[in-house]
Design a protein around this ligand. Structure first.
Ligand SMILES: Cc1ncc(COP(=O)(O)O)c(C=O)c1O
Length: 397
């Protein structure tokens, strides 16, 4: 085993200030759905330039509620790129709609306009939504995706779980410039951590109200919305103080004040985290330049300034006479953690059984070559040097 500390592909950066922020909430009056949730939502919305941020207890819950808020239902379809985490596609299935998997660019792993067009041409049910994924923190071409989606009458939900802090042109991801909603994850390997957590941002007041209702059982305490007037109001016309109503069942997807204390404290360090991630990515780019084309960074999108959640390389394993699983094991032996993001979701047994064999060559080609190298804000420059040295030696590059 290596003497140097093990470098995982991603990890949180929690400091004493974060610990103190969480401890202060634990000593206070609210453990859940108190003032810290609201403070975190306000700061998150401000940070990404959205009118509303609705915090929930995971990125998966964020995607599910976004699908519900759009009214996606059985008989509808939604386009999801195949290179993503399971949760993007599963959110569509949670509401009974069908997933139309889109291919991706084999160099970036991102769904492009041509892949969306091809998916729309294959769809057998009316496509009501498109879920572009900003893989690794790079943005899709949001303008083109939105133009194509709108022409088909579909709405756009960004899976921005990797992209907190990324700039799309000069707008932060989450400002929903080209979408109805954007969904974020606050899982510890993401740009900021809450433990478990997620956020949906939107510029739309009605969507925000629906999201907030659905995250807490579908309960409403808004007298203007009450239907059962005989239960809701006293003889003097005032709303009964205990009264709530449910027009549609929701979930308990609430996030706690404890988690939001960590997330709010972490949000204050976001600029620092982004700068460190960007500096490490630039260092990796420079260190890897001499190994192209057999070992190289993923392709770059001209439209975004990524906060880089992941640092992914593309490796031509056959040309190097190497094998990915063996390389990953050898790297782990040398203290270098790696991961594969992602197995194409259309290849999962559940989706294969449901939709049969689909030919998405870009997704297969990206998957065959991709490997995520360690990237997290507390990594040192020498760590990146060590990773590339170990990788080049392991692959014989
Ligand atoms: C692209 C993408 N979508 C959705 C999710 C789900 O987020 P969470 O783990 O917070 O539920 C993740 C997180 O792994 C993700 O990477």
């Amino acid at each position: 085993m290596s003497e140097a500390p093990f470098l995982p592909y991603g990890r949180h950066a929690v400091d004493e200030e974060d610990v103190a922020a969480v401890a202060a909430v634990l000593r206070g009056d609210w453990l859940t759905t108190g003032p810290t949730v609201a403070a975190f939502e306000a700061e998150f919305a401000r940070r990404v330039g959205a009118r509303h941020a609705v915090a929930v207890n995971s990125g998966t819950a964020a995607l599910h509620l976004a699908a519900m808020a759009l009214g996606l239902k059985p008989g509808d379809a939604a386009v999801v790129p195949s290179i993503t985490f399971l949760a993007t596609a599963n959110a569509v299935r949670f509401v009974g709609a069908e997933v139309v998997f889109a291919d991706v660019d084999p160099e970036t792993g991102l769904m492009g306009p041509e892949h969306l067009e091809a998916a729309l041409a294959r769809a057998e049910a009316p496509v009501k939504a498109v879920f572009p994924v900003h893989l690794a923190g790079q943005c899709v071409d949001g303008d083109e995706i939105a133009r194509i989606a709108r022409r088909r009458g579909a709405r756009v939900v960004e899976d921005a779980c990797h992209a907190l802090g990324t700039l799309d042109g000069n707008q932060p991801v989450g400002a929903c410039r080209t979408s109805e909603m954007a969904c974020f994850s606050l899982h510890p390997v993401k740009t900021i951590a809450a433990g478990e957590g997620g956020v949906v941002t939107t510029q739309d007041d009605a969507l925000a109200a629906t999201l907030a209702r659905l995250r807490s059982h579908g309960m409403s305490r808004d007298p203007a919305a009450f239907e059962n007037r005989e239960f809701a109001f006293a003889a003097d016309g005032a709303a009964n103080p205990w009264y709530y109503e449910m027009a549609e069942p929701g979930y308990n997807y609430r996030i706690s004040d404890v988690n939001c204390a960590l997330a709010l404290s972490q949000l204050g360090k976001l600029d620092r985290f982004i700068a460190r991630r960007q500096a490490l990515a630039a260092r990796y780019d420079a260190l890897l330049a001499r190994y192209a084309p057999r070992l190289k960074p993923t392709g770059r999108m001209p439209n975004s300034v990524p906060a880089w959640h992941l640092y992914q390389v593309l490796i031509d394993f056959p040309a190097l006479r190497a094998e990915r699983a063996a390389a990953m094991r050898a790297l782990a032996e040398r203290g270098v953690g790696t991961q594969v993001h992602y197995i194409p979701v259309h290849r999962q047994p559940y989706y294969r059984r449901r939709y049969g064999e689909i030919d998405l060559p870009g997704a297969d080609r990206f998957y065959a070559r991709t490997l995520s190298l360690p990237l997290f804000p507390t990594m040192r420059d020498e760590d990146a040097d060590r990773v590339v040295g170990a990788l080049a030696e392991t692959l014989g590059a």
